[in-house]
Design a protein. Structure first.
Length: 70
């Protein structure tokens, strides 16, 4: 929508300038969300690996993750 607005309005109009500003704001937010999701994926994979450690047939999660051995 922003690309369309910038394409069909001259660069000296408020519509073009605001579309460009909103596009930049939107892309910035999307890149933050993408980074957050990638980080969350890494953390969850780490947690899954740590959680799957077994000790004498019992599942064990270290206390630093906020859980006790099961």
């Amino acid at each position: 929508m922003m690309q369309n607005c910038m394409q069909y309005n001259r660069s000296d109009t408020v519509y073009h300038r605001e579309a460009k500003r909103l596009l930049n704001v939107g892309l910035k937010h999307l890149s933050r969300v993408s980074l957050l999701l990638r980080t969350l994926h890494i953390v969850l994979r780490f947690y899954q690996q740590v959680h799957c450690v077994t000790t004498m047939g019992k599942s064990f999660t270290p206390m630093f993750l906020g859980h006790q051995a099961v």
